[in-house]
Design a binder for this molecule. Structure first.
Ligand code: HEM
Length: 379
């Protein structure tokens, strides 16, 4: 059986449901790994980081620290960047993020527009570039580098993407000395000057960290916003509800995470033999846990295929679970809340475009490459 087929990109959810019901574990032939789709199994794997390692996924040469590290190294490294994402720091950033959103939305042309181009791609890139103190004019490069890195996470070889990765590494490498000498109030300076056990991080670690920060939050946040606007374009009732009660924006964002997850799956490697539904998984074998499916498991969620912002508690695994839980989650949530707030304030109705949207051609990252929409202004 195969996971990586074209019709899964168009609409993975009926497939996921079939697998949850009929084959809760199966062997994906093309990539050579087990696929797990039930809520309880996804949680078990992500929770048990001793049995299901992230380190092996980097195969010892991953350019990305943290994401491909296990404790104790993971714990140390995470402490460093964690400081940068404190609630206080984010609160201070809020006005600047809002200014970016207002500026982009203020430039929307009348009539139909591609919201991916006009808002959802530039918005997170500009925000993170400013946080890191790097020139946002290099946006095109960031996008190219980011595609190369996400390709690796999705399973293509490092070799194929070597030139982009090297280019990105060189870019950051050249910035390290100046940020150590004359640090600014930015993330890159914070990482360049961070000490673990009295020592600076190595240049390779600093470069890796910065690559992670630059790419982890861009396409994912782009996809979150695209997936949300895609649903709202066909739900004028929800658009109105959110306009009337902005307190519902946050629950609506969480429901979007659950309903159409920007990251569909994660991979881990078994460190010992384990069993799922009477199927042994041997030590060293890889498992793929599909959060996009776990989020719609009727065993734990009522009417999972309905987009319902009034749920009591929206539980989802779209930002991960356990020790690798998304470090940028507060920033992603803040960006989404601000962007949606600006759009809802300015437009009283959202309609689908006349031209159909185009999904990102990836099984890992679910979002839109192009999403034509019509934002109708309050008269
Ligand atoms: C909607 C937006 C986002 C989504 C859906 C998302 C999703 C995820 C997921 C699923 C993980 C877990 C990976 C794993 O367990 O292997 C993760 C980890 C991570 N994310 Fe995010 N992310 C988003 C935004 C961001 C932002 C804005 C940043 C930072 C600028 C960020 C930085 C990170 C980092 C550094 C990790 C690694 C944490 C660790 O391994 O301890 N993410 N993210």
């Amino acid at each position: 059986m195969q996971f990586f087929t074209d019709d899964l990109i168009a609409d993975p959810y009926p497939h996921y449901q079939r697998w949850r019901d009929d084959q809760p574990i199966w062997w994906e032939e093309s990539s050579g790994q087990w696929v797990l789709t039930r809520n309880e199994d996804v949680q078990r794997v992500l929770r048990d980081h001793d049995c299901f390692s992230s380190a092996a996924m980097g195969a010892g040469n991953s350019p990305l620290p943290l994401l491909t590290d296990d404790p104790p190294r993971h714990t140390k490294l995470r402490g460093i960047v964690n400081k940068a994402f404190t609630t206080r720091m984010l609160r201070d950033l809020e006005p600047a993020i809002e200014e970016v959103a207002r500026d982009l939305v203020g430039r929307f042309p009348d009539g139909e527009l591609d919201v991916v181009e006009a808002l959802t791609v530039p918005f997170p890139v500009i925000v993170i570039s400013r946080m890191m103190g790097i020139p946002e004019e290099r946006r095109e490069d960031f996008k190219r580098w980011s595609d190369a890195l996400t390709g690796i996470l999705a399973g293509t070889s490092l070799e194929d993407r070597r030139s982009e990765i090297l280019e990105m590494a060189t870019f950051f490498q050249t910035l390290i000395p100046e940020r150590r000498l004359t640090p600014g109030d930015d993330l890159l300076s914070a990482v360049a000057r961070a000490e673990v056990d009295g020592q600076y991080l190595s240049d390779a670690e600093i470069v890796g960290f910065n690559m992670l920060l630059l790419i982890a939050g861009n396409e994912t946040t782009t996809n979150l916003l695209g997936n949300m606007l895609n649903v709202l374009a066909t739900r004028p009732d929800v658009w109105m509800e959110l306009r009337n009660n902005p307190d519902l924006i946050e629950p609506a964002i969480e429901e979007t995470f659950r309903f159409d997850s920007p990251v569909q799956f994660l991979m881990r490697q078994a460190t010992e033999e384990v069993e799922f539904h009477n199927q042994p998984v041997k030590q060293g074998e890889r498992v793929m846990v599909v959060m996009g499916s776990a989020n719609r498991d009727s065993r734990v969620i009522d009417s999972p295929d309905e987009f319902d912002i009034g749920r009591d508690k929206t539980r989802h695994y779209s930002l991960g679970y356990g020790i690798h839980f998304c470090l940028g989650a507060p920033l992603a949530r803040l960006e989404a809340r601000i962007a949606m707030g600006v759009l809802l304030e300015r437009f009283d109705l959202l309609d689908p475009g006349l031209v159909a949207g185009k999904r990102v051609p990836s099984h890992l990252l679910r979002g839109f490459e192009r999403l034509p929409l019509r934002f109708n202004r309050a008269r």
